[in-house]
Unconditional design. Structure first.
Length: 73
């Protein structure tokens, strides 16, 4: 994902938290996200990408394994 897309999603999430808690303070919004165990969008994208790549690498699909072999060598 492009950084601009991630930034847009994070802005949307921050706006939602701002509306839920009726605040515009960035510090309060970040604390609310922390206490609700809501990771930043960039962290979530990274985790999901890693999870996908692990599943892709461990796949029994011939196309996936062929592509991995081509990349490695």
């Amino acid at each position: 994902m492009k950084k601009s897309h991630i930034a847009s999603l994070q802005f949307m999430v921050n706006s939602c938290f701002a509306n839920f808690f009726n605040t515009r303070s960035k510090v309060v919004i970040e604390e609310c996200q922390f206490y609700f165990n809501f990771s930043p969008v960039s962290d979530q994208v990274t985790k999901r990408t890693q999870k996908f790549l692990i599943k892709y690498e461990n796949s029994d699909n011939i196309l996936c394994t062929t592509y991995i072999v081509i990349i490695i060598y």
